[in-house]
Design a protein around this ligand. Structure first.
Ligand SMILES: [Zn+2]
Length: 237
């Protein structure tokens, strides 16, 4: 089985994972990880996987062609921030702490540290934005909230845990929401806050969610369309 493919003008990694419960071989072209993910059963399956990759070349190429393009943190590069496109304005002599000046994200210091510096700043911005909004929603609902955090999750934009525990709930977000427009971010916060009251996706949950955020459905559509691209920010390939 190949470890990478050159397909649709891109160099794409093929990553195989064994899943003891899987019956056969499965193929997935993930627009979020940017990898061809092959799932294999507990034993064997390599030959079948190689054959599947071969016979699905056209399908894989069509999927890869639809993937977003990487938006690396490079001087002069453009990344989304709060729903707008901003330019990375790096000069070694600029202050090291990033600052948004108009449409320019001004940042200085040694170039090899640019990546880490921008990512830390974006995560801090995400938390500074999402924490007060989430606390306000929890107060509005009269529910205890122990902790708000941000992380780098690929499967979910937000999660709410421990809402029934005595210590209060923990709500976590993908820091990449700071790249999206404010109303999309708010929609995720309203969704997770509604889970403080209803730990399911029942009609009662949706009614409360709509009450907190009338644009809930619109945000879901925005993320379905643009969400994958947010996972390509800060990536080289
Ligand atoms: Zn939910």
């Amino acid at each position: 089985m190949p470890e990478e493919l050159i397909i649709a003008g891109r160099q794409v990694l093929v990553v195989a994972t064994r899943r003891p419960t899987a019956r056969g071989v499965r193929l997935r072209a993930s627009a979020i990880s940017g990898r061809i993910e092959v799932s294999l059963p507990a034993r064997g399956g390599e030959a079948a996987a190689a054959a599947l990759l071969q016979s699905h070349q056209a399908w894989i190429a069509a999927q890869v062609a639809k993937w977003p393009t990487p938006a690396p943190y490079v001087p002069g590069g453009v990344i989304p921030f709060n729903g707008e496109m901003v330019r990375v304005d790096w000069q070694v002599e600029h202050p090291r702490t990033p600052a948004l000046v108009g449409q320019n994200l001004r940042v200085g210091g040694p170039l090899p540290l640019l990546n880490g510096r921008l990512e830390r700043w974006l995560k801090a911005q995400a938390l500074a934005d999402l924490e007060p909004v989430t606390r306000r929603l929890a107060d509005q609902l009269g529910r205890p909230l122990a902790r708000v955090s941000v992380g780098d999750t690929s499967s979910r934009w937000g999660s709410c845990a421990g809402a029934r525990s005595g210590e209060g709930a923990r709500i976590a977000y993908s820091w990449r929401l700071i790249l999206a427009p404010a109303w999309v971010r708010f929609a995720i916060a309203a969704h997770e806050a509604a889970h403080l009251v209803h730990q399911d996706h029942s009609p009662a949950f949706h009614a409360l969610n709509r009450q907190l955020d009338p644009r809930a459905g619109e945000a879901r559509r925005w993320l379905a369309r643009h969400g994958a691209a947010l996972h390509w920010v800060g990536r080289q390939a």
